[in-house]
Write a protein that binds this ligand. Structure first.
Ligand code: SF4
Ligand code: SF4
Length: 319
């Protein structure tokens, strides 16, 4: 098939946008390949040889899920991923069928390529943050994340690669939430993973924020390797092993949201978000049976406890 050289008009962009919004996206933007700048990323034509442009979509998280510090919060992260899978497939088909070009969806999160060059510092196929910022959906926040004017740091983005040409949407120029912000997103990082020059030390962040990711799985395997048979049996009968297993099934646990939970740029921020204690309830290798359920734990459900609101509980704890 001969390559098509369609150049999307404003009307074409509007049609694609309306379709994506109807399927659950919160905002859509477009960027031409020539305007994409991300020096650490691979050439995206690796994934679509005749790539000309990107369609970027924002999906906001449910703010209720952000107020949950347990493993159940991960459902809140999975929902935008699922919405992206559905939306990208249907919008991608619309683009291919209507304009006779190619479309290819990038994952919001995983998989990513692991190569001899990148296995120690993971690089995604495209920098979704840079695409969101360069096409005017967000600015790059002090916390190194894309910060949206309405959804702050609570947005997730998806990217379709296409062989259609398009004029880029302009970056935001009048949105500068970080200059007057009082929330110490960088200083709050429990492991000082965000550097002065705006980089995230991945090893530090993941070792803390993802207790069941590959680094902690590796530590678990190395520890087991040094154990005798009885000790090994004991270790695999712990909650920590079960959680590693669950993460291996694809249900990651991001237990730390310190660099995002108070992002004032978000209109969605619940007024009580400052009260959310720092996450502790995760098992770890030194305490594989440990599980601190003190955060918001109300014990077993009992209707008689309905009168005990969160405020009373806090007062009780403070006294
Ligand atoms: S997720 Fe947590 S550990 Fe990682 S950079 Fe943000 S605050 Fe630091
Ligand atoms: S918390 Fe404040 S300083 Fe940090 S990214 Fe959000 S707006 Fe910027």
């Amino acid at each position: 098939m001969k390559p098509n050289t369609v150049h999307w008009t404003k009307d074409d962009k509007e049609k694609i946008t309306q379709m994506a919004l109807g399927l659950g996206a919160d905002q859509v933007s477009f960027l031409a390949l020539k305007d994409y700048v991300s020096p650490a990323s691979p050439d995206p034509r690796r994934y679509l040889p005749r790539l000309q442009s990107f369609v970027i979509m924002l999906f906001r998280e449910l703010r209720g899920a952000y107020m949950d510090q347990s493993y159940m919060r991960m459902q809140g992260l999975k929902l935008p991923d699922t919405a992206w899978e559905n939306t990208s497939y249907r919008v991608g088909k619309f683009i291919e069928d209507t304009y006779h070009v190619e479309a290819h969806a990038m994952p919001q999160h995983r998989p990513f390529e692991v190569t001899p060059e990148t296995w120690k510092r993971i690089i995604g196929p495209v920098s979704i943050r840079h695409l969101a910022v360069q096409s005017g959906l967000a600015i790059m926040g002090r916390n190194t994340l894309a910060v949206h004017p309405k959804y702050g740091s609570f947005g997730r983005y998806g990217v379709l690669l296409t062989t259609a040409m398009v004029d880029s949407d302009p970056p935001l120029t009048d949105f500068d939430p970080c200059s007057n912000c009082k929330y110490p997103c960088v200083e709050n990082c429990p492991v000082n993973a965000i550097t002065e020059d705006g980089k995230v030390l991945q090893n530090r962040c993941t070792a803390y924020s993802q207790p069941y990711d590959v680094g902690n799985f590796y530590r678990f395997a190395m520890k087991m390797n040094k154990m005798n048979a009885d000790e090994r049996e004991e270790l695999i009968k712990t909650p920590h092993f079960f959680n590693l297993y669950m993460a291996g099934m694809g249900i990651m646990f991001y237990r730390c949201i310190e660099c995002t939970r108070g992002c004032v740029a978000s209109e969605m921020l619940p007024e009580y978000s400052d009260d959310i204690p720092i996450m502790k309830n995760a098992t770890n290798l030194s305490e594989p049976f440990g599980w601190d359920l003190s955060i918001y734990d109300q014990g077993k459900w009992d209707p008689a406890k309905l009168e005990e609101g969160y405020a009373e509980k806090k007062e009780e704890e403070a006294s």
